[in-house]
Design a protein around this ligand. Structure first.
Ligand SMILES: [Zn+2]
Length: 235
């Protein structure tokens, strides 16, 4: 059962199309798993449609329609907003996440995440610590770093704070920190300055999608050693 959802501000930014694309990806993937937020987004769309109906018509350039159609053609490689709707998950490609690894494959991936993983084959997993591996995913924009993060069964990630907003979507397994327990589909936003120490539950590894505006910063004396090595690479 999903317990952690995007708040109304994030959903509103998503519905209005003002979220950075990579963050929209995480929200859209959550929507594919969460009927409650799909309904919330639908209601926001209705409000937006109602506002548009009461807006005075504005003149547009004569070639506007042609430009919109051209833009739709160009966006074939980047999923449009319409691709972000719907409950679909893809079960056919789950093994790709685990290529080269020994853990059991995912049962399901949200379709958006599955497409991103597919586009980033082969995944290059980097060992960040004894408990954490990370595979960066090119998303075609340079504001945010998108990555898969896997915490080994029972593994603890070092305590860190956030220099920018970070969204985490749990895809498989679960982890906890001082604020709660997060299971598949749960959506978590960390704001700059928030400190936490995630720990995977003991029964299985945890796989998450993360979208970050900046690199994390390891706290304490270990940070002296580790932080200069942490690279932020939006792609
Ligand atoms: Zn939700």
């Amino acid at each position: 059962m999903i317990r952690h959802h995007p708040d109304s501000n994030v959903l509103m930014e998503y519905a209005a199309g003002t979220l950075p694309w990579a963050m929209s990806l995480a929200v859209g993937a959550h929507l594919q798993l969460c009927p409650r937020c799909r309904e919330g987004r639908h209601q926001l769309d209705c409000v937006g449609g109602g506002l548009l109906r009461h807006t005075e018509p504005q003149a547009v350039h004569s070639d506007s329609l042609a430009r919109v159609l051209q833009r739709i053609d160009q966006d074939e490689n980047n999923p449009s907003q319409s691709d972000l709707i719907g409950p679909e998950v893809n079960t056919a490609h789950s093994a790709a996440v685990d290529s080269g690894n020994r853990d059991r494959p995912l049962d399901q991936l949200p379709r958006l995440v599955d497409k991103l993983v597919r586009d980033n084959q082969p995944l290059h997993w980097r060992r960040m610590s004894s408990s954490l591996q990370m595979a960066r995913l090119a998303s075609g924009q340079n504001q945010c770093e998108v990555a898969l993060q896997r915490i080994r069964q029972g593994g603890k990630v070092v305590e860190h704070d956030h220099r920018g907003r970070e969204i985490t979507l749990v895809l498989y397994g679960s982890f906890s920190d001082a604020d709660g327990v997060y299971a598949p589909g749960d959506f978590l936003v960390r704001e700059p300055g928030e400190v936490h120490r995630p720990m995977a539950t003991q029964d299985q590894e945890c796989l998450c999608l993360s979208v970050a505006e900046a690199a994390v910063s390891v706290t304490g004396i270990l940070g002296w050693l580790v932080n200069p090595l942490l690279r932020f690479r939006p792609a």
